[in-house]
Write a protein that binds this ligand. Structure first.
Ligand code: GDP
Ligand code: ZN
Length: 459
């Protein structure tokens, strides 16, 4: 595919800010820069000063639009492999928009979402999984998801896929020869060799598929709710966890004022504590969060932290909420263990059906580490994370891996039952093709559009 037009977009987030950046990519970038930019040092030539910030003004019909720093990067050693111009102007709504309009008038067109990255892919600078990783980096909300995305961008997943796919490529070539010249005395390839390759590949693909559940948690966070009656200590626990994890707290206001998410890291596991508005708000709002509301939040959660005040007797309300936990990953916390206890171990065992119960004091910051350990155990089932694990976090990648896996199994069955080689060849091809969709070696225009539509503007 040959790209001959020039695209432009505002690369920084909208709103008031110190600086804003307008980014231009394509063959006309330099011409546009020369048209609208006037350096303060009159004799500076943009082309002769690549990768330097040049101070000057954006000019529209001899009128200064803004004071800017402009940089020019000559392709192909750029993000898109095309000529790129970046204009650092004042942040805010007006400056960036005026400059973008001027750039468009001078011959660029507005970039589609993700189009800079799409060009980086189409021009062969990165493969598709790396392109997707750039977006994951931008949207990641926990440092764990950021790290995974970084590894994917570096090409860790790509090279694993390539390694597996190379074996298939070689096998396919041998199969083709064997089919074309069946009368050869020494067959190009034996069923045993093919089977050995397939079994190895199948296991590797399987391991990648298995990494998805863990990877998805790392990427999106484990959706966690804290439930319990008013005054049991939910806010206190949240504060204790926040302090313990020393996390960067992101509060994301949703469509309604109620929906707030906070991301915290517990033993390397990002918890997305959802709907904490009720916990954070004044007690009369908490009062309104009744049993029904608890039931709803429990149903939608990946992990439930149920809190009881152990200095008071169990109520019917507590017992009812406990029954909702039956098929859930959940932890029961007996809080306020620093006070005289009103709930006995026997009382609690009757209603918790073997779930783990942890005694804590949110006020005195006791037991928080045990919660951490329990969550870790629950998520990883005791299994330790290794730093070098390649993790699949993208559902699209998982689908392709599953297709490849099925085809490997089919090919194994075919070869095991001594079926004609050309039937197994079809399965080899499907597996090869499916893996290629992850890296973008085999990919349709439609799929590309779908993927890049999810990107943000200016990336
Ligand atoms: P929430 O309504 O469930 O969010 O409960 P809060 O966290 O607002 O706590 C209600 C009251 O219980 C506050 O006065 C807290 O200081 C107190 N509290 C919370 N945890 C403990 C604890 O472990 N021990 C004691 N003694 N008091 C606690
Ligand atoms: Zn509270």
């Amino acid at each position: 595919m040959y790209i001959d037009d020039t695209i432009a977009a505002v690369a920084t987030a909208p709103g008031e800010a110190g600086i804003g950046i307008v980014r231009i990519s394509g063959p006309n970038s330099l011409d546009i820069a020369n048209t609208i930019f006037r350096p303060v040092s009159k004799n500076i030539n943009i082309l002769e000063n690549p990768r330097k910030l040049i101070y000057g003004h954006i000019i529209d019909k001899d009128i200064k639009v803004d004071e800017v720093l402009l940089s020019f990067m000559k392709g192909p050693h750029t993000f898109t492999r095309e000529d790129i111009v970046e204009i650092n102007c004042h942040g805010g709504y007006i400056s960036v928009r005026k400059i973008l309009e001027l750039v468009i008038k001078s011959g660029a067109r507005i970039a589609d979402r993700g189009e800079f990255t799409k060009r980086a892919f189409l021009n062969g600078r990165i493969d598709l999984s790396q392109a997707e990783a750039t977006m994951d980096i931008i949207t990641s909300k926990t440092s764990a998801s950021f790290d995974i995305a970084q590894k994917q961008l570096e090409g860790k997943l790509s090279s694993k896929i390539k390694e597996i796919r190379d074996i298939l490529t070689l096998d396919l070539a041998k199969i083709t020869v064997a089919i074309d010249f069946p009368e050869e005395d020494e067959p190009e390839v034996t069923y045993e060799e093919l089977l050995a390759d397939l079994k190895k590949i199948k296991d590797e693909i399987h391991a990648l598929i298995l990494s998805f559940d863990k990877g998805k948690i790392m990427r999106d966070g484990l959706k966690t709710v804290i439930v319990g009656k008013p005054n049991v200590g939910k806010s206190s626990l949240l504060n204790a966890i926040l302090k313990e994890s020393r996390a960067i707290v992101t509060e994301i206001a949703g469509t309604t004022r109620d929906i707030i998410e906070e991301y915290v890291n517990i033993g390397g596991i990002p918890l997305r504590i959802v709907d904490t508005a009720g916990i954070r708000e004044t007690e009369d709002i908490v009062e309104k969060i009744g049993v029904q509301k608890s039931k709803e939040s429990i149903e939608s959660a990946d992990l439930v932290i149920m809190m009881l005040d152990s200095s008071r007797e169990l109520t019917d309300e507590d017992i009812e909420i406990l029954t909702y936990l039956d098929n859930k990953k959940s932890i029961i916390l007996m809080n306020k263990t620093d006070l005289a206890q009103a709930i006995t171990d026997e009382d609690i065992e009757k209603h918790t059906h073997g779930k783990s119960v942890i005694k804590i004091s949110a006020l005195e910051n006791k037991g928080i580490e045990e919660i951490e350990k329990e969550i870790e155990k629950m998520v990883y089932e005791g299994e330790l994370q290794t730093e070098n694990d390649i993790m699949v976090t993208n559902a699209r990648h998982k689908n392709s891996l599953e297709k490849a896996y099925t085809s490997c199994c089919d090919a194994i069955d075919a070869l095991d039952s001594n079926i004609e080689l050309d039937i197994a060849e079809t399965d080899f091809k499907i597996a090869w093709d499916s893996l290629g969709q992850i890296t973008g070696d085999t990919v349709s225009e439609d799929l590309l559009d779908t993927i890049f539509r999810e990107f943000c503007i200016g990336k």
